[in-house]
Design a binder for this molecule. Structure first.
Ligand SMILES: [Zn+2]
Length: 410
């Protein structure tokens, strides 16, 4: 049995919100280029899968019919030319239009393929075709039932979770969602927040006090049967590798052991990097790699390694391919075989024709970004950060973990 599925498709180019938009398809395409350059896709543990479009019925597991219909109509209209004014106005009902979520040609098809790919990854893992899967184009965690949000049209992780719960309804599966994007995974949280007792969502993110979408505080714990099953860990700007990992290692493994999931799905946004233009956390690619390794380890311990890893944010293009290639290599069991530096012939191809955010040769950064460095060398800052981290851990251990333990399988 191959161990790892790699979902890849040229169709992902269609998820293109425009020249000036920060969510560039090249983030994902360059990741695949690097994976292929290193021949990881030909590794004996790897199987490459070509995704299909999600059907309307599948999209309807989360999204309203009106919203899906509108996205399809806008997609068709944009094939014919610029959108008519009445559709521009109608789009505002669904948070589509100028700003974060512009309407773009092929917006339905480009979004439905992302969802189809995450469903395929989830199905391959659930059915035991593979142990784990990597879907770099997924992770559109902000989309809501009746509209777009934060660059996300359809919410692929939430739909894939709903899909697999329905398909395996008799087995009463438990799914754990771990979101390490710099932004709160609000759309996925919302999809299961009220009364759903078989999905645990965990989001580590820069605090909503400072960053979009402004939610994700520890007090958001879920309601009814879901109480305790939404875990939020709001981090301070400039949170650095060691502090992040200390908090993560104290919270996530305990949550997994208490909840006993059958499958883990992780959203692996790398906008946590110290140089990311849209967020202010302070990780390096080494810290990001260690977080990915932790998640994989938790899956091995809690659910026989069953892990679906999707992409997410990350807007410094020099970071994304390096970080996600390490994630993929770890899933494959080939992390130790990665060279320290990307071979020059592969690197020059990746950087060909690109002017900004050139990819450096080393997978691991030499150190933290400049504005992080001086802070972690300042004892006063360090004390405050560590105290804050201890408060988060205390709150989790005292108030939230007991709620999850109450929901342990009988
Ligand atoms: Zn993000």
């Amino acid at each position: 049995m191959p161990r790892t599925a790699l979902i890849m498709s040229d169709e992902f180019k269609a998820y293109n919100l425009g020249e000036q938009h920060p969510l560039k398809p090249e983030r994902v395409l360059l990741t695949w280029e690097l994976i292929k350059g290193l021949k990881l896709h030909e590794h004996p543990n790897c199987v490459v899968m070509e995704p299909r479009l999600a059907t309307d019925e599948e999209l309807g597991l989360l999204h309203t019919k009106e919203y899906i219909d509108f996205v399809k109509r806008a997609d068709a209209a944009l094939d014919r030319g610029p959108l008519p004014d009445d559709m521009e106005i109608e789009g505002m009902r669904y948070n589509l239009g100028p700003g974060d979520n512009p309407m773009f040609p092929k917006m339905h098809r480009g979004s439905a393929i992302v969802v189809g790919a995450t469903i395929m990854a989830m199905e391959a893992v659930a059915d035991g075709v593979v142990e784990n899967a990597f879907q770099a184009g997924g992770g559109l965690h902000h989309a809501m039932a009746n509209g777009a949000s934060g660059f996300c049209i359809y919410n692929d992780p939430a739909i894939a979770i709903k899909y697999i719960l329905k398909k395996h309804a008799k087995e009463n599966l438990r799914i754990m969602y771990i979101d390490v994007d710099a932004h709160h995974g609000d759309g996925v949280q919302a999809a299961f927040y009220d009364d759903v007792d078989n999905v645990l969502t965990v989001s580590f993110h820069e605090s909503g006090k400072f960053l979009f979408p402004g939610t994700g505080f520890m007090e958001e714990r879920g309601t009814g049967a879901h109480e305790g099953l939404s875990i939020n860990v709001p981090l301070l700007p400039y949170t650095y590798d060691d502090l992040y990992l200390d908090i993560f290692e104290d919270i996530v493994p305990k949550a997994a052991i208490a909840f006993q999931p059958d499958i883990i799905i992780s959203q692996n946004g790398v906008d946590t990097h110290g140089t990311d233009p849209l967020a202010q956390l302070g990780l390096t690619t080494k810290g990001q790699r260690d977080v990915f390794k932790q998640i994989h380890k938790i899956a091995v311990k809690a659910c026989h390694g069953k892990l679906v890893a999707v992409g997410g944010g990350g807007y410094n293009v020099s970071v994304v391919p390096r970080a996600w290639t390490m994630l993929f290599a770890d899933l494959l069991g080939a992390l130790d075989t990665l060279p320290e530096k990307i071979p020059p012939e592969i690197l020059s191809k990746l950087n060909e024709g690109r002017k900004a955010d050139l990819i450096p040769d080393a997978f691991l950064d030499a150190g933290p970004a400049e504005d992080i460095k001086w802070r972690i060398n300042d004892f006063k800052f360090l004390d405050e950060f560590e105290l804050y981290g201890l408060q988060l851990r205390y709150k989790f251990n005292e108030e939230i973990l007991p709620l999850i333990e109450k929901k342990a399988r009988k």
